[in-house]
Write a protein that binds this ligand. Structure first.
Ligand code: GAL
Length: 644
């Protein structure tokens, strides 16, 4: 069982101390339990090097705790104070063009900088020592949004030094590295590790093997930075440790960071993401302008459930217009409630809103909170109070059960294909997400699976589009599995070091398919499929004995199949994706629906949830093919159907 709660992000350092008690009372009265604080407060905790001022934080924690709130305490390492730069002038991250990224906002540190790593460890230890056993402490958050503002990859001198050392450990000799990267090509061979630079500022594209290793190295630095904080906190505290990840950030391996933590959490901004991160056209964005993409949040809920090995939260939930997307509309009334419930339907333990009161100053003064800057209620407050009433804050529910559909998502594949996309529009996240959307459209629950998954038991349908290589455990699990497994396009087509396999891909036992060559397609030149829909972006011409199940309009194989292994020889567009996935699901014994764009379904142990992301009412009973459901579901509303 898990306990479901609500919370809010609060910044005591932004408000006069006299206001804290009243804020705490109102937060409590709204029905919230958690209050996340502290993650940007370093300049107030240590205004000068070594000048520690924890007294105000002691009082803030006391005031909030006495009011009945539980504290989620952030380490303040995403915002080192200005004096830190005087002390470590070379700690700034450096962009691809070689320019240092300066002070005056946040995340102005390079993960490779050992001096800054020590400073982050030092402040973490001071905070953990002081609050680790505090009775009001519920959980920790390390740093804030690793990778935000494109900060995972830094082309700094510190990164170059670290990368050379990392390569030395990985390859042992420079000859081995030259062979692994294929550096004979273009005379790129190195004589020593000291000669290797970072893969930016080359005349034309850098070697993809070089880029892939730099991505691996950079991801490892995030893991190490986080692990150092975790090790320190654990020495002083038994409270669970979380980090707040983001939407569509793929530059570091979240599974590896997550393995060191107790809880995964993420920051969900549906309207900002729709404008900013969803690969769909204007028509789609207009249709979901005030509701957000119907699948983007759900995908991340499922992803972070995997990253958290079952335990996950929404640490920041959008409550109204944000300040950072190209356009910042207000949500339709009802959407804050719907977003909250969608998270709980995917197994979230907590949803915390960002933020309590809108800030009147600085960068985010146009970002809504639950209160306006004048402390009057903002529109979301009543919706949040309603959610708290509806589920009884603190209610116990069953954990999310295993879905019948598994979808592999792998960070390394994202790095690899970004290094060599081969055609504009080939983006690994997009490929997996479009597959996910197709599955949601069919009304199916989905589990996201890490690439090292070693057990597919219970999955009637497993998909691994675009996976760079098969990990040994996954290879074994596929060989032992009798549920349907759908591979391709591009799955298993490279070695670890980013070279074409000698046998050509996908090289998986039991499936005699070889990709002879590929072509990438202009947006206006999709390749129609015999059965309806088309391949867009990417298609493959294949050979091998695996029978052809379906063909493209130019008579090449579009789907091949041997026993339970299916290979897609291209990237299906929306129509083809829906059709193919429906067919696979039905064969796997999973009843598949054809839901309208805005209607979505999610099943928990106890109930079936129906969510209408549309701006108009939808004919629910008809779309679901279930007369026991209400005829209509209003815009921005949800329906809960107890399971029989
Ligand atoms: C998040 C971040 C918060 C705040 C918020 C605004 O990315 O963690 O600190 O900036 O966005 O939407």
């Amino acid at each position: 069982m898990i306990r479901r709660s609500l919370g809010v992000c609060y910044y005591p350092e932004h408000w006069p101390e006299e206001q804290w008690a009243d804020d705490a009372r109102r937060i409590r009265e709204t029905g919230l339990t958690y209050v996340r604080i502290g993650e940007f407060a370093w300049s107030r905790l240590e205004p000068k090097p070594g000048d520690l001022r924890f007294d105000w934080l002691d009082r803030a924690i006391e005031t909030l705790g006495v009011a009945g709130l539980r504290i989620v305490l952030g380490t303040p390492t995403a915002t080192p104070p200005r004096w830190m730069l005087t002390k470590h002038p070379d700690m700034l991250p450096v962009d691809r063009e070689g320019r240092p990224r300066g002070f005056g906002s946040r995340r102005h540190y390079c993960f490779s900088h050992t001096g800054y790593r020590d400073e982050a460890a030092r402040i973490t230890r001071l905070i953990a020592e002081r609050y680790g056993r505090h009775p009001h402490l519920a959980a920790w958050q390390t740093d804030n949004e690793y990778g935000c503002h494109d900060t995972t990859l830094s082309y700094s001198p510190a990164a170059r030094t670290g990368f050379r050392r990392w390569l030395g450990e990985r390859y042992g000799s420079v000859e081995a590295l030259n062979a692994a990267w294929g550096n004979v090509f273009w005379s790129m061979e190195y004589g020593s590790f000291e000669e290797i630079d970072l893969p930016n500022l080359t005349v034309t594209e850098a070697n993809p093997s070089h880029r892939l290793d730099f991505s691996r190295y950079s991801s490892d630095q995030v893991v190490a930075f986080n692990r150092r904080q975790v090790d320190i906190i654990r020495a002083y505290s038994d409270a669970p440790i979380a980090h707040n990840y983001m939407g569509k950030v793929v530059e570091f391996d979240h599974y590896r960071v997550g393995a060191d933590l107790d809880i995964a959490s993420w920051d969900s901004y549906p309207l900002g993401f729709l404008e900013d991160r969803v690969d769909e056209g204007d028509e789609w964005k207009r249709a979901f302008l005030r509701q957000g993409d119907p699948d983007f949040q759900a995908f991340h809920h499922d992803l972070y459930r995997a990253v958290g090995r079952g335990r996950w939260w929404v640490m920041e939930q959008q409550p109204g217009p944000v300040n950072w997307a190209p356009y910042n509309p207000a949500p339709l009334p009802g959407m804050v409630r719907l977003w909250s419930w969608e998270a709980f339907a995917h197994g979230a333990e907590a949803v915390c809103y960002f933020r309590w009161r809108q800030a009147p100053m600085a960068q985010e003064q146009m970002h809504a909170g639950l209160l306006r800057p004048d402390s009057a209620d903002a529109p979301a407050l009543e919706e949040v109070a309603r959610v708290a009433r509806e589920f009884g804050n603190g209610a116990e529910v069953a954990e999310a059960a295993r879905a019948k559909v598994g979808l592999v998502f792998d960070y390394q594949s994202a790095w690899a294909w970004a290094a060599q996309p081969q055609g504009r529009g080939f983006d690994y996240f997009r490929l997996v997400f479009e597959t996910y959307r197709g599955l949601r459209r069919a009304g199916l629950n989905v589990d996201i699976l890490p690439p090292g998954t070693d057990d597919l038991a219970g999955y009637a349908l497993t998909l691994a589009p675009g996976l760079l290589t098969f990990s040994p455990p996954l290879r074994k699990a596929i060989a032992a599995h009798d549920g349907l497994v759908v591979l391709g396009p591009r799955t298993g087509s490279r070695t670890e070091n980013f070279a074409i396999l000698p046998t050509l891909g996908p090289a998986i036992d039991g499936l005699d398919v070889r990709v002879a060559y590929v072509e990438t397609l202009r947006p206006d030149a999709a390749m129609p499929l015999e059965g309806g829909g088309a391949f867009h972006i990417w298609r493959e011409i294949t050979e091998g004995a695996a029978p052809i199940v379906e063909r493209t309009a130019d008579a090449a194989a579009s789907v091949r199949r041997q026993r339970n292994l299916i290979y897609l020889c291209g990237w299906p567009d929306g129509m083809a994706m829906a059709r193919l996935l429906r067919g696979f699901a039905e064969e796997a014994g999973l009843p598949a629906l054809t839901l309208p764009d805005g209607l979505r379904r999610r099943e928990t142990e106890e109930e079936v949830f129906w969510f209408n992301y549309g701006a108009e009412a939808v004919a629910l009973a008809e779309a679901a093919g279930d007369d026991s459901l209400p005829a209509h579901l209003a815009a921005a509303d949800l329906h809960r159907q107890p399971k029989r």
